[in-house]
Design a binder for this molecule. Structure first.
Ligand code: NIG
Ligand code: FE
Length: 427
């Protein structure tokens, strides 16, 4: 064992430290899925933006040398966790669509509203019209809310441009905010989010435009993943396959909005193309679930979307878990189907609506979510060498997250070893 390492951050005396360790190589699933490495009175020390020691108080004291400049946080009575990773959002968009809730309450479906030129297409109009500055300003406010709710890494999709210029504008917002905002941002290209009005009569021509023009442009503008809305009335399995394969050829790994509204073969396609994640999956078939497990595709579940769309059923999380599929959770933050920024709310729903245990849900919102965006090597758990992305909750244990739905328990957020947010929860 080497001597002590200088630390510039020490969080000690937590009532509960949740490391979520042991899932860096492979996402947590099967028997180890709810093994969150919980310990009482645990401590964590950071140096140079990374974790230099973590574990029981004595071990951390031996490993981490506290100096005059070390920021010391007494976490008595608090829970210390890795920052949440939100692996599926549409956070870059202009405007809002609160009026659609009234339309849906009056009996119109989400897909009907889209087919009539509203829904996603309403936001496309607003996003095309917004300047880069306006779009960045609106997005920045949502990132602030995410940060205040404990998210330290967020995936951000395009898909409200549906033309090359606006898709690139969305990616430019991601790049600008990645430089300006403490949250870590991962970019996904989703030019195939809907068929724009100008291609209504020839969706295949739009698919060709996505493949020939948008994909190469997006790959050169920082997008790491390529996503598609594979759904009845949007993009077929065949069109989705072509788009995802073209994305892969351009260096963007596949993701897919699969089986959200009706069973459509999206889970099967995700396994076939070796997607990093398959998302939604409310109506995934048992065969699709079996194939996801076999291919090791992460299932990203979005219960806040199902609840807001007043769906008849939630994603079969227990069936997936029993089948050995690694499960992650995300907000789906977007103006139509899930206007929330809070991963705590999603964890609460995962427990009460999807039947996940609090420990499974925490692993799904941290390390497994990091796998869904290719960041598990550097974040998603509290382990020596990883980035010091840490949150402190004003709660005695992690079970308080689902126990206090709708309440923001976050007291401190630390990204790369820097305290980027402190607030009083007032409980
Ligand atoms: O994941 N399903 C497609 N896309 C988003 C909704 C986007 C919107 O309604 O603006 C989703 O639910
Ligand atoms: Fe989505």
């Amino acid at each position: 064992m080497n001597g002590p390492v200088a630390c510039d951050l020490l969080i000690h005396s937590s009532s509960e430290l949740v490391t979520v360790a042991g899932g860096t190589q492979r996402p947590k699933r099967g028997r180890g899925r709810g093994d969150t490495g919980v310990m009482e009175r645990g401590a964590v020390a950071g140096g140079g933006g990374r974790i230099v020691a973590v574990g029981g108080p004595d071990g951390v004291r031996r490993r981490a040398a506290v100096g005059r400049d070390t920021v010391v946080i007494d976490a008595s009575g608090k829970t210390v966790l890795p920052g949440f990773v939100d692996p599926h959002t549409h956070v870059v968009h202009a405007g809002s669509r609160e009026f659609e809730l009234g339309m849906r309450l009056a009996g119109r479906s989400y897909m009907d509203i889209l087919a009539a030129g509203g829904g996603i297409l309403h936001t496309v109009k607003a996003t095309r019209a917004a300047s880069l500055d306006e779009l960045a300003a609106q997005t920045r406010r949502r990132l602030d809310v995410m940060l205040a709710h404990g998210t330290t890494t967020v995936e951000s999709k395009t898909g409200y441009g549906l033309n090359t210029e606006t898709e690139l504008k969305q990616l430019a917002v991601n790049r600008r905010l990645a430089a300006e905002h403490p949250i870590r941002i991962v970019s996904t290209f989703m030019g195939a989010h809907a068929v724009p009005p100008e291609y209504r009569d020839d969706p295949d021509a739009f698919v060709q435009l996505v493949i020939d023009e948008m994909i190469p442009a997006a790959a050169g503008a920082g997008a790491e993943f390529c996503d598609v809305f594979c759904e009845r009335g949007v993009f077929t399995v065949e069109q989705s396959r072509r788009i995802l394969e073209a994305g892969l050829a351009a260096g963007m790994r596949p993701k897919i909005h699969a089986d959200e509204i009706v069973p459509f073969g999206g889970a099967e396609l995700a396994a076939e193309v070796g997607a990093v994640s398959a998302d939604h999956l409310v109506h995934a078939s048992s065969e699709g679930i079996r194939r996801l497990a076999e291919a090791g595709v992460v299932a990203v579940l979005l219960p806040a979307t199902t609840l807001f769309l007043m769906g008849e059923k939630f994603a079969p999380a227990r069936e997936m878990i029993e089948a050995g599929v690694p499960v992650a959770l995300a907000t789906d933050c977007n103006p139509g189907s899930s206007p929330t920024e809070s991963m705590q709310y999603v964890i609460a729903l995962a427990c009460t609506a999807l039947g996940m245990t609090p420990a499974e849900a925490v692993a799904a919102a941290t390390i497994n979510a990091a796998h869904a965006v290719g960041r598990a090597h550097e974040t998603g758990s509290l382990e020596v060498g990883k980035l010091a992305d840490i949150i402190v909750l004003d709660a005695p244990n992690h079970q308080f997250i689902p126990y206090k739905p709708g309440i923001n328990l976050v007291e401190r957020v630390i990204i790369g070893g820097e305290i980027v947010l402190e607030r009083s929860v007032g409980r």
